[in-house]
Design a protein around this ligand. Sequence first.
Ligand SMILES: Nc1ncnc2c1ncn2[C@@H]1O[C@H](COP(=O)(O)OP(=O)(O)OP(=O)(O)O)[C@@H](O)[C@H]1O
Ligand SMILES: [Mg+2]
Length: 477
Amino acid sequence: MSINRILVADDEESMRWVLAKALEKKGFSVDLAANGDQAQNLFDRNEYDLAILDIKMPGTTGLELLQRFRELRPDKLVIIMTAESSMENAVTAMKLGAYDYITKPFDLNALDAIILKAQKALDITTEVHQLKTELQEPYRLHRAIIGSSAAMQQVYKIVGKTAASDVTVLITGESGTGKELIARALHYNSRRLGKPFVAINCAAIPRELLESELFGHEKGAFTGATERRFGKFEQAKGGTLFLDEIGDMPLELQTKLLRVLQEKEITRTGGNTTIQVDVRIIAATNQNIAEKIKLNEFREDLFYRLNVVPIVLPPLRERMEDIHDLTHFFINKANEELGVKIQGCCEETMNLLRSYHWPGNIRELENTLYRATLLASDKILAPTDFPDLVPRSTVSEKGASLEDLITGKLNASLAQMDINELDDLYDMVLQQMERPLIKIILLKTRNNQVRAAEILGINRNTLRKKIQTLGIEIKKG
Ligand SMILES: Nc1ncnc2c1ncn2[C@@H]1O[C@H](COP(=O)(O)OP(=O)(O)OP(=O)(O)O)[C@@H](O)[C@H]1O
Ligand SMILES: [Mg+2]
């Protein structure tokens, strides 16, 4: 990366004039700002390799600008100009991340020397960055995302095809299926690599704050807005913005987001200038968006905007063939990160892991294995190292899961009824499940209702009531 475009901010006109002449003569392209706010506006709209800022300006000072620029673009360099009297500020400037400072009045040769040094520093940074990228490349591509099931192959294909372009991707999948991991893979395999990857969880931020988190606000936009604040869109400048849990975004914000996506520009809350944004959008959700659209909780037009390329991550239970590789991957990771020395797991353990239905998907598998490696008494993980793992999707002899069996039975019974005549189907079906379940557990606990209630995870009184209302007979003995 070389220094091409420079932003100069100084309230003294003669100073601007001198600097512009000198720098342009050296072949740089120079933009001038007469105060802090102008500098900020220019910085928001353009890419500068270097900013030379006067420390003392009316309004936004050079130090404030320095702080913001460093926050927004830590990869860019800032040189501060100070008057001899303000050496103390020069120290502050260095602490805030200025590349260097120069004391006024200065000799243009001194400035040349600093710019030359800055260029060298940039070259080294670029080189280190490239080296790092090269080193990480095999890790990213071959290690970080595990799974060779057909379902995952399909996902890799889409990632590969879309990584290089700027299309919007919507990733859907249950919790813990790796949505964020895939979003990062899309970013790191794109031309935006090296630019920021900024994630925002739309479900975790209170709705009053979400708008300003996304789009930023101007000083004084509302009570408490004591400073101008850059939103995630601006922080992600040139990179990727990951809108996580987009299904939870309030409707009014959906409208605003849609407009931003169409126009590719934002307005900070309380501001009136529009700011161009160059970001790639990747969104994710574990909700059923189609359902939300029907309920008028999600805008259909926004959905189409986001869903240009859909990536659907299958739940882990639908790709049990990946359990083997994932297990070994996480055991190795635990060895590295937790300092344990586990060599693997026995066949019986692998079968146990394969028989569980993993509602929390890969995250649950990862946590379960980490816990097991810490508890294990041996170098090979045994089923007893997984005390909490109760296989729920019991596989029958014929190989059909419990869910499959129930689906079959339910379909057959419903086929014999006129369901349009019913209005309590849900309770009816659940009661039919409840009776056999309670009967089995009572049998297993030899009618010990206290224990049965514990196993079922319901209150003792609730169990007693259910036994009555469902007419379950308790045989003594
Ligand atoms: N295919 C995979 N290979 C290796 N690790 C994976 C894979 N998929 C997910 N993980 C790991 O599982 C954990 C959960 O993944 P991630 O946070 O991406 O899931 P998510 O779908 O975003 O979950 P949530 O909906 O809960 O936010 C992470 O630690 C991630 O590294
Ligand atoms: Mg996530």
